[in-house]
Design a protein around this ligand. Structure first.
Ligand code: 13P
Ligand code: SF4
Length: 380
């Protein structure tokens, strides 16, 4: 419980401030033109970046925004990006499903994925004619690392009669072997759809066992799953929620569905990162906790100045690989381009297209809270 402390903004900008700044090392100065361009942006991050730090950060922001224009590039920024990236250089912001839709819709020549590798792969799968760059190739994901395409082939041999849904947090190889993908904003819709289409009462949902348990608790469909977990969300527990309520009477507790089911049992609301963000904007709770990655609270707090955020903080080390510096560098050098063998891409696209063809929901689906946790059968 030690990590669940009240604190200020959880995730300071990673730009190093000792010695020569990262901007100076790249030949970027805080001159009058940069100052004029970036002064209007400073209020967006004033809670996270001090006026003293700003001259070290502003040249990178101006540099990135100029390069985007010059190269016809867009930055797709996931809700877990630090506020400097999210608010100052992101062109499209959102959850995994929103970013996937933006990737296929944009007419930019270059997509810079300010997120993790599987998200960049999703963009490339959907927009093969575009150059997709990931600023740091080490930006992985514990869920994506937990399962391979070969694993899914074995599952298919063992359970040939059941459709296999994969959470988008997986590699292109895994998507290529599955029948349909889902995200945290449409998982129940996808599982119900595929069960009906296959005329079956049993669906396999990989690789996130907790997402699978949380979907099973509200769809009434028998779900078999895989023992993968998000290393950020699996750290939260129902006990944490109870202790937060005791420590902060009246607090509203929101959780991401990658959390274990006992967390959702105790929470007030659960959904994708965008569903959590919408809840706060629409309900303006007096005191709120977001049981998810640290930067979410920072980004949602910036847009909701009247809401008090209590900030339990679990950082995703993979999301935090992405910085203003490596975004700037990737726009300058064109590194690191994401490529996928065409046969894999085409099959992975079929799984993504099956999801994207479902009726577009007006808003991300909320998960029911207060449900009794279910144990599910594993496919291995
Ligand atoms: P969403 O933004 O789709 O809720 O996904 C959360 C996540 O963990 C992405 O890595
Ligand atoms: Fe993966 Fe979890 Fe990080 Fe998202 S937050 S990238 S699911 S490890």
């Amino acid at each position: 419980m030690a990590r669940l402390i009240d604190s200020g903004p959880g995730c300071p900008t990673p730009t190093p401030l000792r010695g020569r700044s990262a901007a100076e090392a790249r030949g970027l100065a805080y001159d009058d033109a940069v100052k004029a361009e970036t002064d209007p942006l400073y209020p967006l991050v004033a809670d996270f970046v001090t006026p003293m730090e700003w001259p070290a950060i502003a040249p990178l922001v101006a540099g990135i925004n100029r390069l985007k224009k010059a190269k016809n590039a867009v930055i797709l920024a996931h809700n877990y990006m630090t506020p400097d990236i999210f608010s100052l250089v992101g062109d499209f912001r959102g959850d995994s499903l929103q970013l996937a839709r933006e990737a296929s819709a944009t007419d930019a020549a270059i997509i810079v994925q300010a997120g993790v590798h599987f998200m960049a792969e999703t963009s490339k799968i959907l927009a093969p004619e575009k150059t997709v760059l990931i600023p740091d190739t080490r930006a992985g994901c514990s869920l994506a690392a937990s399962i391979t395409g070969a694993d899914v082939r074995l599952i298919k041999q063992k359970f040939p009669d059941y459709p296999i849904v994969t959470y988008v947090n997986c590699t292109a190889d895994v998507k290529a072997e599955c029948h349909i993908t889902c995200t945290s904003s449409n998982a129940a819709q996808v599982v119900e759809h595929i069960a009906k289409a296959w005329n079956t009462d049993t669906v396999i949902l990989v690789p996130d066992q907790y997402l699978a348990k949380n979907v099973a608790a509200q769809t009434g469909i028998r779900i078999l799953t895989w023992p993968g977990a998000c290393e950020v969300h699996e750290q939260f527990s129902g006990e944490d929620v109870k202790q937060l309520r005791e420590a902060h009477p009246g607090v509203i507790i929101l959780a991401h569905p990658e959390c274990p089911p006992d967390v959702l049992q105790e929470a007030d609301f659960a959904g994708s990162t965008s569903a959590l963000s919408n809840y706060v904007s629409e309900n303006q709770p007096n005191k709120v906790v977001l049981l998810t990655e640290c930067s979410m609270s920072d980004n949602v707090a910036a847009e909701n100045p009247n809401v008090n955020f209590i900030r339990p903080c679990n950082l995703c080390p993979h999301m935090k690989r992405i910085t203003l510096e490596n975004i700037y560098d990737c726009l300058v050098t064109g590194q690191h381009e994401v490529t996928i063998p065409e046969d894999v891409r085409v099959r992975a696209k079929a799984a993504l297209d099956a999801m994207l063809a479902l009726p577009k929901m007006a808003r991300p689906l909320a998960f029911k809270t207060g449900q009794v946790p279910l144990e599910l059968e594993m496919v291995i």
